[in-house]
Design a protein. Structure first.
Length: 321
């Protein structure tokens, strides 16, 4: 009777249960990316039609989201039942700082370099930073299953966004790129940190109180750059949409998905954001996608579906070896 192969000889990969949980987590991350993608067109309408600055939009969306979730937690009695341990408070403080830092650095980059370039660097750097963080914490080299989707994501995003030309002075370009990279790093750190749960801290409390603190921390910078409040039912409706859909629902989905998604899922799941924004801008705002942009969109979709394909290839290699 043949003995079963030792663990080292078995094909690598997650178990069926782990794979199902990772897939559900990945779907939640993609859903968060789709919701974030709706925020760009909404913010663009608020800026062009109602004169709301980008910094004002950032402050309003964080404060609206934080206040709404805070009230839900308060009236549901969950704030009173929360065990306010040191790790829990520390996680909320860290998330608040990361929320504020992400928004501040991103909007600082928008003031220094073209929007397309700032967005490309911010979003394109996230898969790279996440991959580096995963490998550093695990003390291992990136696997093929992780590397291929990340490379596809960066290439697809570059094709989708293009390579915007600029006549900005080199020193200003360097400062803008640094801010955009800082924004990508802040978002990546938030994702990596929140993969590890804290006892007593659920996704709703984590998202809501972290964003509320982030909005409060961002207020001084907003006052320096200038903050305004839109008037009129359409503007207020768009602002509420910005605070509830691409902020409350998106971050709730994101923090929930982080706990079970695979390394690759965390790295490329939110790439759905620029894809959604580009499609909505084309459909609702009349922006045209170039041929390279269409190819980039297809490559982005391929990057999000590459992990299971790569795992099947690895399993086949394991059976034949």
């Amino acid at each position: 009777m043949a003995s079963s192969p030792p663990p080292s000889a078995r094909p690598p990969g997650p178990t069926t249960a782990e794979g199902g949980a990772a897939q559900r987590g990945f779907v939640l991350l993609v859903f968060a990316g789709v919701l974030w993608g709706t925020g760009g067109p909404a913010a663009a309408v608020l800026q062009t039609d109602h004169g709301l600055s980008s910094m004002s939009a950032a402050v309003h969306r964080l404060l609206i989201a934080g206040v709404v979730i805070g009230l839900v937690l308060l009236f549901a009695g969950r704030l009173h039942r929360t065990a306010w341990s040191r790790p829990l408070v520390g996680r909320l403080l860290l998330n608040g700082v990361l929320h504020a830092g992400f928004q501040l650095l991103y909007f600082a980059s928008l003031a220094l370099i073209p929007v397309g370039l700032a967005t490309l660097v911010k979003i394109g750097s996230v898969p790279v930073f996440v991959t580096a963080g995963v490998c550093l914490t695990a003390r291992r080299r990136p696997t093929v299953v992780l590397t291929v989707p990340v490379v596809l994501a960066v290439v697809g995003l570059s094709l989708l966004a293009g390579f915007p030309s600029t006549d900005v002075p080199p020193a200003q370009v360097a400062a803008g790129l640094t801010c955009a990279l800082g924004a990508g790093l802040a978002f990546s750190v938030m994702g990596l940190v929140n993969r590890r749960p804290v006892e007593g801290l659920d996704a709703l409390t984590n998202a809501g109180l972290g964003m509320l603190l982030g909005g409060v921390l961002l207020l001084p910078a907003a006052l320096v750059f200038g903050v305004s409040a839109p008037l009129g039912p359409q503007a207020l409706g768009l602002l509420l949409f910005l605070g509830l859909v691409p902020t409350v629902l998106a971050y709730l989905s994101y923090f929930t998905g982080l706990r079970t998604a695979s390394d690759t899922g965390v790295a490329v799941g939110t790439i759905a954001e620029p894809l959604t924004a580009a499609l909505l801008s084309a459909a609702l705002l009349g922006e045209q996608m170039t041929a390279a942009g269409l190819v980039g969109a297809a490559v982005l979709v391929a990057s999000m579906g590459a992990e299971p394909v790569m795992r099947r290839v690895e399993r086949r290699r394991g059976r034949t070896s």
